[in-house]
Design a protein around this ligand. Structure first.
Ligand SMILES: Nc1ncnc2c1ncn2[C@@H]1O[C@H](COP(=O)(O)OP(=O)(O)OP(=O)(O)O)[C@@H](O)[C@H]1O
Ligand SMILES: [Mg+2]
Length: 498
């Protein structure tokens, strides 16, 4: 089976034939066109995964053609072919939606890598569209994005438990979507048109929590100048959601247990028993079982809450969801910032997929928002990703298009501030630093082994470490931003938007 279908539009026969031979030998299906008009005709006739387009065609300006093609098929991957020296032109093309460009003469291996990445990117984008449709049909949880088996299993469970009144405990690392799932349970339940009351138990001072939850009567305490309903009463007929339940004090835990068991309570200072019909949901990013074992959480309350448990897997265990999530967030933030629809380059997308996301979906959401806000072009490159994300991945030897690390031209990236673009030697130094740190990480900071693997004398490696100011002690794994020592006090900050 061919790896993908490619249309080559170039007026030079030699180029067309050279590309055809190379790409065919790599199992791509290749179609050739000599002019812009012929190329457009071919695009009408059959679908392609990738267009390799010469920027200077006899009958058409390549950029105009690019815009036209892009309008017809927003997912088509496009790589420009440009003569050496017309990098400016290629940059303009990049802004109009090409993924990448190659300069003549090209290096075969690099070209194949670029083409494969672009075709793969196209496949992902197409797959997203189809999956979004499929997901819509399966459930109606418009705010929840996910196609991974793990996420679909979560959604199955949400759909199953929604209609009952059972208490549900949602667990998962920070930023995995616990509150989102709690809201989805409420929205899919018969209580959907009643209140959903989230209570962030961690952020309410202990002595206030009880009066917030149960209300109080006038005079119950010094500042209680009037009677007040508690959140349990406000949530009557609806759902109450205890976020960060692990932070509740032992006394409040006892009272909560009673409400869950009896569905009744008294206001602080009151004598009247109030009955409510409330569904209780709770979330925790700490392992409650462990807290029970340590005597920090009541075992009986834990069992009451954990009637049904839904665990949200960390994002790194469901990487298939990343492109879909990115897509969703791009749409949201472009609209919010009144920007035209934008997307990430394939290289940037690959980094987003490969990164481990310790802060899970919230971290990803923030990274996308940051890129959208900082970018002035529709095709957002690696330079718009946060330093922590980029530096983690560059050292893994991910295929990167180094051209994206070039200092931007004036007006290309907004928000650069006053920082002058880095010089070439600073960029090279930074790359060198990252490679050395990565190797040291891999060899557990054994410099002799690192020098051997780099095939340089130990003294050379030593000198470089000193010159680049690399700290040779093993660094703590978190926080990520500091893991490699770049940034604040590390060397050159060569990408814009930091
Ligand atoms: N599957 C998803 N689809 C779309 N957006 C999501 C998804 N999961 C999480 N989000 C978004 O990610 C952000 C974090 O989600 P949420 O607040 O529900 O996480 P959390 O697990 O409660 O985090 P914390 O433990 O820090 O409170 C929210 O903006 C949420 O809308
Ligand atoms: Mg939360």
């Amino acid at each position: 089976m061919p790896k993908g279908s490619i249309l080559v539009v170039d007026d030079e026969a030699e180029i067309r034939e050279g590309l055809s031979e190379l790409l065919t030998s790599e199992h791509f299906q290749v179609t050739l066109a000599e002019t812009g008009a012929a190329g457009l005709q071919k695009l009408e006739e059959q679908p392609f995964d990738l267009l390799l387009l010469d920027v200077s065609l006899p009958d058409r300006n390549g950029i105009d053609m690019l815009r036209e093609v892009r309008q017809r098929d927003p997912n088509l991957a496009i790589i420009l072919i440009t003569a050496f020296g017309s990098i400016d032109m290629a940059r303009a093309a990049f802004k109009s939606g090409a993924q990448d460009y190659i300069t003549k003469p090209w290096n075969n291996d690099e070209l194949i890598a670029q083409v494969s990445l672009a075709v793969e990117g196209r496949r992902l984008r197409e797959e997203n569209v189809q999956l979004k449709r499929a997901l819509k049909q399966r459930y109606n949880f418009p705010n929840i994005v996910g196609k991974s088996e793990k996420m679909l299993a979560v959604l199955d469970l949400v759909a199953q438990v929604a209609s009952s009144r059972s208490t549900v405990l949602v667990s998962g690392e920070s930023g995995t979507g616990k509150e989102l799932i709690a809201k989805a349970i409420h929205s899919a339940s018969p209580r959907a048109d009643k209140a959903f009351i989230p209570v962030n138990t961690g952020s309410i001072p202990v002595d206030l929590l009880e009066s917030q939850l149960f209300g109080h009567v006038k005079g119950a305490f010094t500042s209680a100048v009037a009677s007040k309903k508690g959140l349990f009463e406000v949530a009557d007929q609806g759902t109450i959601f205890f976020d960060e339940i692990s932070t509740v004090s032992p006394e409040t835990q006892a009272k909560l247990l009673r409400v869950i068991q009896e569905r009744e309570f008294m206001r602080l200072g009151g004598t009247e028993t109030i009955r409510v019909d409330v569904r209780i949901l709770a979330a925790s990013n700490e392992d409650l079982r462990k807290l029970v074992r340590e005597g920090r959480f009541r075992e009986d309350l834990y069992h009451r809450l954990n009637v049904i448990s839904i665990h949200l897997p960390p994002l790194r265990e469901r990487k298939e969801d990343i492109p879909l999530l990115v897509d969703r967030f791009l749409g949201e933030f472009c609209r919010e910032n009144s920007k035209p629809p934008c997307r990430f380059t394939d290289a940037a997308m690959k980094i987003l997929i490969d990164y481990d996301w310790p802060g899970n979906i919230r971290e990803l959401e923030n990274a996308v928002e940051r890129a959208v806000v900082l970018s002035t072009i529709e095709n957002m490159g690696v330079d718009l990703l946060p330093e922590s994300v980029r530096s983690r991945e560059i050292v893994k030897g991910v295929h990167l298009q180094l051209s994206e690390f070039l200092p931007p031209l004036p007006g290309e990236i907004a928000g650069q501030g006053a920082a002058p673009p880095p010089a070439l030697f600073e960029i090279l130094e930074e790359v060198e630093r990252r490679l050395i740190v990565d190797m040291l990480e891999r060899t557990h900071w054994n410099q002799t082994e690192a020098a051997e693997r780099f095939q340089v004398p130990l003294s050379t490696l030593n000198q470089k470490i000193k010159r680049l100011g690399i700290e040779t002690r093993r660094r703590p794994a978190a926080p990520r931003d500091a893991a490699f020592g770049y940034g604040e006090n590390g060397g050159a900050e060569f990408a814009a938007g930091k």
